[in-house]
Design a protein around this ligand. Structure first.
Ligand SMILES: Nc1ncnc2c1ncn2[C@@H]1O[C@H](COP(=O)(O)OP(=O)(O)OP(=O)(O)O)[C@@H](O)[C@H]1O
Length: 253
């Protein structure tokens, strides 16, 4: 069992309902239902679920973008509500998709993000250099406009933008979408580097091998409900994550 001070993120009966459809025929969609979990300092917490399971909705609530319908969130030991800004300088968030301004260069964009977080000039330069090194962009590429980047390069830039302020807790939503195998390998290296620095990582994906390979613990979610949380070793000892995941998800549908 993890002690309270080792818990970085906690949710209690977190729930989200959407209203969907035209006004007179609106129906409720229960996207996340009574989600209670905790994430420990320094771990990679895999959040695995099929399409439509409620992963992105959960991340939106955890990152303070979307208001829960019910339940609570604690971050760094304090209650966190949608709209509050106090923990944001310690949180990094790689959304499922981004809309980056096409007419800014990568350096301008990184600098803009770093300054939003209030980093001083010398630190901004240092952090930008280390972000380019991390995502493997050489010097001559650093002034490339966003519009000229491939989808995979944009994804790497998303990672750099989420990490430029050196956050302690990082949410990744399908981080390897668009990445080729070499870039996925680089991403795994980035996760290793963040872990070494003691960062806490919430890794949400439906890509089973990625979650299986990188996570210390894995939570399986389907149809908005948490079905199981266990260590990677426990899943391995029971025959591997894939058969257990398939059994859990089929049982939930
Ligand atoms: N803005 C919205 N309005 C109505 N329903 C929504 C909205 N956003 C998501 N949903 C519904 O909530 C459920 C959970 O969606 P969510 O995007 O959180 O799933 P996900 O696990 O991230 O899926 P994927 O892996 O396909 O991205 C789905 O049934 C989806 O259709």
């Amino acid at each position: 069992m993890a002690s309270e001070e080792n818990i970085v993120l906690k949710t209690q009966s977190l729930s989200k309902e959407y209203k969907s459809g035209p006004v007179f025929f609106q129906k409720k969609v229960r996207a996340v239902i009574d989600l209670t979990l905790d994430v420990r300092r320094g771990e990679v917490f895999g959040f695995l679920g099929p399409n439509g399971a409620g992963k992105t909705t959960t991340l939106h609530m955890l990152a303070g973008i979307s208001r829960p319908t019910a339940g609570g969130i604690e971050i760094f030991g304090k209650p966190f509500r949608c709209g509050q800004i106090w923990p944001l300088s310690r949180i990094g968030y790689v959304p499922e998709s981004t809309y980056l301004p096409a007419d800014m260069t990568m350096t301008e964009l990184l600098s803009f993000f770093a300054r939003l977080y209030g980093l001083p000039g010398a630190t901004v330069r240092e952090r930008i250099a280390s972000m380019f090194e991390m995502i493997g962009f050489v010097l001559r590429e650093r002034a490339t406009f966003v519009r000229s980047l491939s989808m995979g390069q944009r994804r790497l830039l998303d990672l750099a933008l989420a990490l430029v302020h050196d956050p302690d807790l990082i949410f990744f939503d399908e981080p390897t979408v668009y990445l080729d195998p070499l870039a996925v390998e680089r991403f795994r290296g980035i996760i290793g580097m963040l872990k070494k620095k003691g960062k806490t990582i919430f890794l949400s994906s439906h890509t089973l091998p990625l979650i299986e390979r990188l996570s210390d613990r894995v939570a399986v979610i389907a149809r908005g409900r948490l079905l199981r949380v266990a260590s990677a070793q426990d899943f391995a000892a029971e025959g591997g994550l894939e058969p257990i995941f398939l059994q859990l998800v089929k049982g939930a549908s």
